[in-house]
Design a protein around this ligand. Structure first.
Ligand SMILES: Cc1ncc(COP(=O)(O)O)c(C=O)c1O
Length: 479
């Protein structure tokens, strides 16, 4: 954060706390410079920023005053969360369970590992490593391996995106790409819009970067509510949105092309960045690959983030951001954190993409996932209470389940663990952590007898929860 932004943050906080009240004069630029030790230009910049946001008004010859309608502004803005969005402990617990091979992995964030072309990847990795020389580590520093960026660009060009290798920065997985992009687009204290049910990584990033989340209504049936987005953008000084337009995680919807186009034009009107989380881009079930919203972006307002973690190999940790003219700025952010993604792995993946039959693998993967989705939905219809609502996603490998009250996803999570079954509680996907009537299930494993039996057990547990009966140490109903 720059000095003037930090100063503006402090003053915003003081106005929120009513240390400076509506109509009151704030210290003069000179006095504030004297008191804070910042130069007068820095203080002036901070005051001008606050003026542009509506916190202060400037009166010629008199100085800066707190805006007369400040209370309305403050009450219209959400309070910064008092307690941080604290999903880390639960998330860590759920994540750790993913490694326990004794547990049925319905909570996993990754597809069944047997669906990845392990052998071919290992072959590509060793073949590429043999060609490495002493200079390789340096020549593949950010923005990353040229061939890899070229192949990624080629795939986008085929979808109508005007993208070249120089627009792309290779990162250490999709999450790194997303974090770097959000960090680039915001300063601590800024407002960021996210879907009302969203990927927990977005919530963690907002927490870590000290941003203020603004929820935009979204549902599995209707997708993102663009009217709500437009309204929130008019109400709050939102600097960036983190949204998924294809195979939204965990709701599973994909926005139509028209809505993506409208989304980009709304963001353009408000001069807001979109961090587009498109890590499920290759796992679509429609006949044609859905385009990202970035296709409609003429001004590099969309930072398109992708990854090989979901469709090729989670452990390789290779992702990217299509940053366009912001490529260098993203690389500078990268320089302060991960510096670069692994060079041998970049080379290995690029070798695989050139020689390994990637598209063939993807076709098989999508078809298998689609069959497995049907198998799990059938199991839910067979074993779960009739009142269970389940999504039918447009791709990916997650189902989002909704139960009526008094279902409690935390208690359900613990009861399922006692039966050696891992599920992801809905509370992980929502800022207020009040999605207690939801769970997310990963359907990428084959629905063999063992999995079917586990689904039957989950169904029984869900029935017991809804009947208000305790079947384990913890009672299932919400208190
Ligand atoms: C929506 C979404 N974005 C980003 C990521 C992170 O991707 P990666 O594993 O490539 O860092 C995930 C992983 O679960 C995800 O679900």
């Amino acid at each position: 954060m720059t000095k003037y932004q930090s100063l503006a943050n402090d003053l915003r906080q003081q106005i929120r706390q009513q240390i400076w009240r509506s109509g009151e004069k704030v210290p003069s630029v000179r006095a504030s410079s004297h008191q804070t030790g910042y130069g007068t230009a820095t203080v002036l910049q901070a005051y001008q920023l606050l003026e542009s946001e509506g916190w202060l008004v400037a009166k010629p010859q008199s100085g800066y005053f707190v805006a007369p309608n400040i209370q309305a502004l403050i009450t219209s803005l959400p309070e910064p969360p008092q307690a941080p969005v604290n999903i880390n402990d639960l998330l860590f617990d759920v994540f750790q369970r993913t490694k326990d091979s004794d547990l049925m992995p319905f909570s996993s964030a990754f597809p069944d590992s047997s669906l990845f072309p392990q052998q071919e990847l290992v072959r590509s990795l060793s073949s590429a490593s043999r060609k490495m020389n002493n200079r390789s580590a340096l020549t593949h520093l950010p923005p990353g391996n040229h061939d890899l960026r070229r192949i990624i660009a080629q795939r986008y060009v085929q979808q109508g995106l005007q993208v070249g290798p120089d627009d792309i920065v290779i990162t250490s997985g999709g999450l790194d790409a997303l974090n770097l992009s959000l960090q680039f687009a915001t300063q601590p204290g800024d407002y960021v819009a996210v879907e009302s049910t969203t990927f927990y990584g977005a919530l963690q990033a907002i927490e870590r970067l000290k941003l203020i989340p603004v929820e935009i209504k979204a549902s599995a049936d209707d997708g993102l509510d663009l009217n709500d987005l437009a309204e929130k953008l008019s109400t709050y000084p939102i600097k960036a949105c983190w949204l998924m337009t294809n195979v939204q995680h965990p709701l599973g919807y994909t926005l139509s092309q028209e809505r993506k186009q409208t989304l980009v034009s709304i963001l353009r009107q408000h001069n807001v960045f979109l961090v587009e989380d498109d890590v499920y881009a290759e796992l679509y079930f429609s006949a044609d690959k859905p385009v990202p919203a970035k296709v409609y972006d003429q001004q590099d307002r969309v930072l398109l983030c992708g990854s090989f973690s979901k469709c090729l190999s989670p452990g390789f940790r290779i992702g990217w951001v299509v940053a366009g003219k912001h490529s260098e700025a993203i690389q500078k952010q990268q320089f302060l954190s991960t510096i670069s993604s692994s060079v041998p792995v970049q080379l290995g993946i690029s070798h695989y993409l050139l020689h390994g039959g990637y598209d063939n693998h993807l076709r098989k993967l999508r078809s298998t996932l689609q069959d497995r989705k049907s198998a799990m939905i059938n199991a839910i219809r067979r074993y779960f209470p009739n009142s269970t609502a389940v999504t039918d996603p447009a791709g990916g490998y997650f189902l989002w389940l909704t139960f009526p009250a008094p279902f409690n996803s935390h208690a359900f999570y613990e009861q399922a663990l006692e039966k050696r079954i891992a599920v992801a509680p809905g509370t992980l996907f929502n800022i207020r952590q009040d999605a207690v009537r939801h769970i997310r299930l990963n359907y990428s494993c084959e629905m063999d007898e063992e999995n079917l039996a586990a689904m039957a057990t989950l169904g029984q547990l869900a029935k017991a929860c809804l009947d208000g009966k305790s079947t384990g140490r913890k009672h299932c109903s919400a208190k």
